[in-house]
Design a protein around this ligand. Structure first.
Ligand code: PLP
Length: 395
């Protein structure tokens, strides 16, 4: 098809030209004497994006799922009791992994469209006077439903209960896009991946760990090889890896974190909030609802939009793709056919959001869903033009 293909899925996200060009380098000797001069400052810059000053980051040649596994295997032991909640496909998959790895998972099932049930977590932590729970898991941004949970409140619940459990956070579609502060929230393991806010292709599993997670590593009973912190630390300390690193991706990451730190994390968060608000204004103008049930759950990185009863969201997505050369995110698992998603994270501006919204409008109309042409785009434009100077993040 002529013209650009537009990518508005919540990861992989658009890769900036600077990042693409930074990856266009010749193959390199990852054991060369000058390799550490590249990797050591890179580890430090990535830690800055997580706001981690107590621990360190690990960059695995894997996707985010690998970093989930690395977090568990390196800090816990088979049979450990952990507290988790499930309210979307990604919180489901992490819980499923924990069960398959033999953790004793206490799982709180919540409505899809809500997030981490902080009050229930608090009750459970207060009741656990013997401190049997070894770790508490939080999916910060449930990409399947467009729901952001309150990590800080979970830290407060742990502190109020004087509970020593580790705090494990899936920040795959959060870190580098919405407010995240590993130090302030004392997050022990923060998982991310390269293909979302970090504006890279998939292929790096990123795990940022606190000094308490590094202590827990010394006691953790899982057998581990590929994801072993010990092997990574022994090599990373000298600027090397225990195996062949994804060097091109590391070059891309070097440029993307420079771009992120240059823009400033607060500015990035504010940009995402403003763009997301434009999308939400459009959804309201269409007369449609978000999957996220209340404002407190609204995600600034992805919106999952419910189609009216009697319609199939897959038709909207396939029309957008085949007729308008635009990818919108699909509904996963329980919400398949019920929602389409607009990913609004990473390398993105107002014009790009308006493109996503105008294609969504055309596809909605073509599918027979009654919305007024231009209503959503118009609402977004009004929001963008009225708020140009004073964008503020929600938390
Ligand atoms: N967690 C969340 C919140 C995600 O959105 C994703 C992927 O979309 C994952 C985990 C899994 O990451 P990956 O696909 O990189 O393995």
């Amino acid at each position: 098809m002529p013209g650009f293909n537009h990518l508005y899925i919540p990861g992989p996200t658009n890769v900036p030209d600077q990042v693409r060009m930074a990856m266009n380098v010749s193959m390199q000797d990852m054991r060369a004497p000058d390799f550490p001069a590249f990797t050591k400052p890179l580890f430090e810059k990535v830690a800055k994006v997580f706001r981690n000053t107590t621990g360190r980051v690990f960059l695995y040649p894997s996707s985010g799922t690998g970093a989930w596994e690395a977090a568990i295997q390196n800090t816990l032991s088979p049979g450990d009791k952990v507290l988790m909640s499930r309210f979307g496909q990604f919180s489901h998959l992490w819980a499923d992994m924990a069960m398959r790895l033999g953790l004793d998972v206490e799982l709180i099932d919540c409505d899809w469209g809500t997030g981490v049930p902080v009050e229930q977590y608090a009750e459970r932590l207060n009741a656990d006077v013997a401190h049997e729970i070894q770790a508490v898991f939080v999916t910060h941004n449930e990409t399947a439903t467009g729901v952001t949970s309150n990590v800080k409140a979970v830290r407060e619940a742990l502190d109020a209960a004087k509970h020593p459990a580790l705090l494990m956070v899936d920040g795959v579609s959060a870190v580098g896009s919405i407010p995240f502060d590993q130090d302030a929230w004392r997050v022990d393991c923060a998982v991310s991946g390269s293909q979302k806010g970090f504006m890279l292709p998939a292929g790096l599993g990123m795990l940022s760990v606190s000094k308490w997670a590094l202590d827990a590593n010394k006691r953790a009973g899982y057998a581990r090889t590929f994801f072993s912190f010990e092997d990574m630390i022994a090599n990373n300390n000298n600027g090397y890896f225990p195996y062949t690193p994804a060097t091109q991706l590391l070059h891309g990451l070097n440029t993307s974190v420079d771009m992120m730190l240059d823009e400033g994390l607060e500015n990035i968060w504010a940009r995402h909030h403003r763009l997301a608000t434009g999308v939400r204004k459009a959804v309201a103008a269409w007369g449609l609802d978000l999957c996220a049930q209340e404002e407190k759950w609204y995600s600034d990185t992805v919106s999952a939009i419910l189609v009216p009863e009697g319609f199939d969201a897959r038709d909207v997505i396939s029309t957008a793709y085949s007729k308008y050369n635009t990818s919108l995110g699909s509904g996963l698992s329980k919400v398949a056919g019920k929602v389409f998603r607009i990913g609004h994270l990473g390398w993105l501006n107002e014009g790009m959001v308006c493109t996503a919204l105008s294609v969504a409008e055309m596809a909605l109309i073509d599918t027979g869903i009654k919305i007024e042409a231009g209503s959503g785009v118009g609402a977004a434009i009004t929001h963008f033009s009225q708020t140009a100077a004073d964008a503020t993040p929600k938390r």
